[in-house]
Design a protein around this ligand. Structure first.
Ligand SMILES: [Zn+2]
Ligand SMILES: [Zn+2]
Length: 182
Protein backbone atom coordinates (compact mmCIF):
# COMPACT_ATOMS: atom_id res chain seq x y z
CA UNK A 1 0.00 0.00 0.00
CA UNK A 2 2.86 2.30 -0.85
CA UNK A 3 2.56 4.49 -3.91
CA UNK A 4 5.09 6.67 -5.62
CA UNK A 5 3.24 9.93 -6.19
CA UNK A 6 6.10 11.98 -7.68
CA UNK A 7 4.14 12.26 -10.93
CA UNK A 8 1.05 13.53 -9.15
CA UNK A 9 3.01 16.03 -7.08
CA UNK A 10 4.73 17.57 -10.07
CA UNK A 11 1.62 17.35 -12.25
CA UNK A 12 -1.32 19.66 -12.67
CA UNK A 13 -3.65 20.68 -9.91
CA UNK A 14 -6.71 18.44 -9.85
CA UNK A 15 -5.04 15.55 -11.64
CA UNK A 16 -5.92 12.19 -10.20
CA UNK A 17 -5.16 8.56 -10.35
CA UNK A 18 -6.85 5.43 -9.13
CA UNK A 19 -5.42 2.24 -7.70
CA UNK A 20 -7.17 -0.90 -6.66
CA UNK A 21 -6.50 -2.83 -3.49
CA UNK A 22 -6.97 -6.52 -4.20
CA UNK A 23 -6.84 -9.10 -1.45
CA UNK A 24 -4.24 -7.14 0.48
CA UNK A 25 -3.34 -7.88 4.08
CA UNK A 26 -2.41 -5.54 6.87
CA UNK A 27 -1.51 -6.02 10.52
CA UNK A 28 -2.35 -3.19 12.82
CA UNK A 29 -2.47 -3.18 16.62
CA UNK A 30 -4.18 -6.36 17.79
CA UNK A 31 -5.76 -7.03 14.44
CA UNK A 32 -4.69 -8.74 11.29
CA UNK A 33 -6.79 -7.69 8.32
CA UNK A 34 -7.11 -9.80 5.20
CA UNK A 35 -9.12 -9.69 1.98
CA UNK A 36 -8.72 -5.92 1.78
CA UNK A 37 -10.47 -4.87 -1.41
CA UNK A 38 -11.53 -1.58 -2.90
CA UNK A 39 -10.52 1.51 -4.83
CA UNK A 40 -7.95 4.10 -3.72
CA UNK A 41 -8.35 7.47 -5.42
CA UNK A 42 -5.67 10.15 -5.25
CA UNK A 43 -6.10 13.73 -6.34
CA UNK A 44 -3.49 16.45 -6.30
CA UNK A 45 -4.74 19.51 -4.47
CA UNK A 46 -3.04 22.83 -3.90
CA UNK A 47 -0.56 21.59 -1.28
CA UNK A 48 -1.50 17.97 -0.67
CA UNK A 49 -2.65 14.72 -2.19
CA UNK A 50 -6.23 13.96 -1.25
CA UNK A 51 -6.74 10.23 -0.83
CA UNK A 52 -10.18 8.63 -0.81
CA UNK A 53 -10.50 4.99 0.07
CA UNK A 54 -13.58 2.82 0.02
CA UNK A 55 -12.69 -0.68 1.12
CA UNK A 56 -13.88 -3.88 2.72
CA UNK A 57 -11.78 -6.23 4.80
CA UNK A 58 -12.00 -9.22 7.09
CA UNK A 59 -10.46 -9.78 10.51
CA UNK A 60 -10.60 -12.37 13.25
CA UNK A 61 -11.84 -11.37 16.66
CA UNK A 62 -13.56 -12.89 19.67
CA UNK A 63 -17.32 -13.20 19.79
CA UNK A 64 -18.72 -10.85 22.43
CA UNK A 65 -21.34 -13.41 23.47
CA UNK A 66 -19.75 -16.85 23.37
CA UNK A 67 -16.02 -15.90 23.35
CA UNK A 68 -15.33 -18.21 20.38
CA UNK A 69 -13.43 -16.85 17.36
CA UNK A 70 -15.51 -14.55 15.20
CA UNK A 71 -14.85 -13.59 11.59
CA UNK A 72 -15.65 -9.92 11.31
CA UNK A 73 -16.32 -8.01 8.09
CA UNK A 74 -15.44 -4.34 8.22
CA UNK A 75 -15.95 -1.64 5.65
CA UNK A 76 -14.23 1.70 5.76
CA UNK A 77 -14.41 4.92 3.83
CA UNK A 78 -11.53 7.24 4.42
CA UNK A 79 -10.66 10.65 3.09
CA UNK A 80 -7.33 12.11 4.12
CA UNK A 81 -4.90 14.69 2.84
CA UNK A 82 -1.27 13.63 2.66
CA UNK A 83 1.36 16.34 2.79
CA UNK A 84 4.61 15.97 0.86
CA UNK A 85 7.97 16.32 2.58
CA UNK A 86 9.12 17.78 -0.76
CA UNK A 87 6.73 20.71 -0.94
CA UNK A 88 8.94 22.30 -3.62
CA UNK A 89 7.80 19.61 -6.09
CA UNK A 90 4.38 21.22 -5.92
CA UNK A 91 5.82 24.63 -6.64
CA UNK A 92 5.55 25.62 -3.01
CA UNK A 93 8.34 26.34 -0.60
CA UNK A 94 9.77 23.92 1.91
CA UNK A 95 9.20 26.40 4.73
CA UNK A 96 6.84 24.81 7.17
CA UNK A 97 4.10 27.01 8.52
CA UNK A 98 4.45 28.10 12.16
CA UNK A 99 1.57 25.86 13.24
CA UNK A 100 2.96 22.85 11.35
CA UNK A 101 3.55 20.75 14.45
CA UNK A 102 -0.07 21.13 15.54
CA UNK A 103 -1.22 19.45 12.37
CA UNK A 104 1.67 17.11 11.77
CA UNK A 105 0.47 13.53 11.57
CA UNK A 106 3.24 11.08 10.66
CA UNK A 107 0.61 8.75 9.18
CA UNK A 108 -0.23 11.40 6.58
CA UNK A 109 3.14 12.36 5.19
CA UNK A 110 4.55 11.67 1.73
CA UNK A 111 8.22 10.94 2.37
CA UNK A 112 11.35 12.49 0.82
CA UNK A 113 11.33 9.87 -1.95
CA UNK A 114 7.71 10.80 -2.75
CA UNK A 115 6.25 7.59 -1.43
CA UNK A 116 2.79 7.77 0.03
CA UNK A 117 2.26 4.96 2.53
CA UNK A 118 -1.39 4.30 3.14
CA UNK A 119 -0.99 1.49 5.67
CA UNK A 120 -0.90 3.53 8.89
CA UNK A 121 -3.99 5.62 8.10
CA UNK A 122 -5.81 2.58 6.76
CA UNK A 123 -4.85 0.47 9.78
CA UNK A 124 -6.20 3.13 12.13
CA UNK A 125 -9.46 3.36 10.19
CA UNK A 126 -9.92 -0.41 9.97
CA UNK A 127 -9.18 -0.92 13.67
CA UNK A 128 -11.71 1.66 14.73
CA UNK A 129 -14.30 0.05 12.45
CA UNK A 130 -14.10 -3.28 14.27
CA UNK A 131 -17.13 -3.50 16.57
CA UNK A 132 -16.43 -3.60 20.32
CA UNK A 133 -18.41 -6.79 20.74
CA UNK A 134 -18.48 -8.61 17.40
CA UNK A 135 -20.60 -11.72 16.97
CA UNK A 136 -19.51 -15.11 15.57
CA UNK A 137 -22.94 -15.24 13.93
CA UNK A 138 -26.03 -13.07 14.09
CA UNK A 139 -28.02 -15.59 16.09
CA UNK A 140 -25.23 -16.52 18.53
CA UNK A 141 -26.84 -17.79 21.73
CA UNK A 142 -23.86 -16.90 23.90
CA UNK A 143 -22.73 -18.39 27.16
CA UNK A 144 -25.33 -19.27 29.76
CA UNK A 145 -24.76 -16.95 32.73
CA UNK A 146 -25.95 -19.66 35.10
CA UNK A 147 -24.04 -22.78 34.04
CA UNK A 148 -21.48 -21.13 31.64
CA UNK A 149 -22.19 -23.64 28.86
CA UNK A 150 -21.80 -22.37 25.31
CA UNK A 151 -25.43 -22.46 24.27
CA UNK A 152 -24.48 -22.75 20.59
CA UNK A 153 -23.14 -26.24 21.37
CA UNK A 154 -25.41 -27.51 24.09
CA UNK A 155 -28.86 -26.40 25.07
CA UNK A 156 -28.99 -26.14 28.84
CA UNK A 157 -32.21 -25.95 30.81
CA UNK A 158 -31.29 -22.86 32.85
CA UNK A 159 -33.16 -20.45 30.56
CA UNK A 160 -36.49 -22.02 31.49
CA UNK A 161 -35.96 -21.08 35.10
CA UNK A 162 -35.22 -17.41 34.57
CA UNK A 163 -37.88 -14.79 34.94
CA UNK A 164 -36.90 -12.07 32.53
CA UNK A 165 -40.01 -9.87 32.18
CA UNK A 166 -39.27 -9.32 28.49
CA UNK A 167 -39.82 -13.00 27.83
CA UNK A 168 -43.09 -12.78 29.71
CA UNK A 169 -44.33 -10.06 27.34
CA UNK A 170 -43.17 -12.03 24.34
CA UNK A 171 -44.84 -15.19 25.59
CA UNK A 172 -48.06 -13.23 26.08
CA UNK A 173 -47.93 -11.91 22.54
CA UNK A 174 -47.25 -15.36 21.15
CA UNK A 175 -50.20 -16.72 23.07
CA UNK A 176 -52.46 -13.97 21.73
CA UNK A 177 -51.18 -14.62 18.22
CA UNK A 178 -51.88 -18.30 18.57
CA UNK A 179 -55.41 -17.61 19.83
CA UNK A 180 -56.28 -15.11 17.08
CA UNK A 181 -55.01 -17.58 14.51
CA UNK A 182 -57.49 -20.18 15.70
ZN1 LIG B 1 -20.73 -16.33 19.49
ZN1 LIG C 1 -27.27 -22.92 31.59
Amino acid sequence: MIYNVAGLLSGELGRGRQQQLENERLSFGNHSFTEINGPVRMIRTDRTVLVSVDIEAVTLDTCGRCLEPATVNVSVTLEEEFSPANADLMGGSNDRPADYDDYYDPALVIDEQNFLDLSEALGQALSSAVPIAPLCKKECLGICPTCTINRNDIQCTCAQNTHDPRWGVLAGLLEKGAKSAD
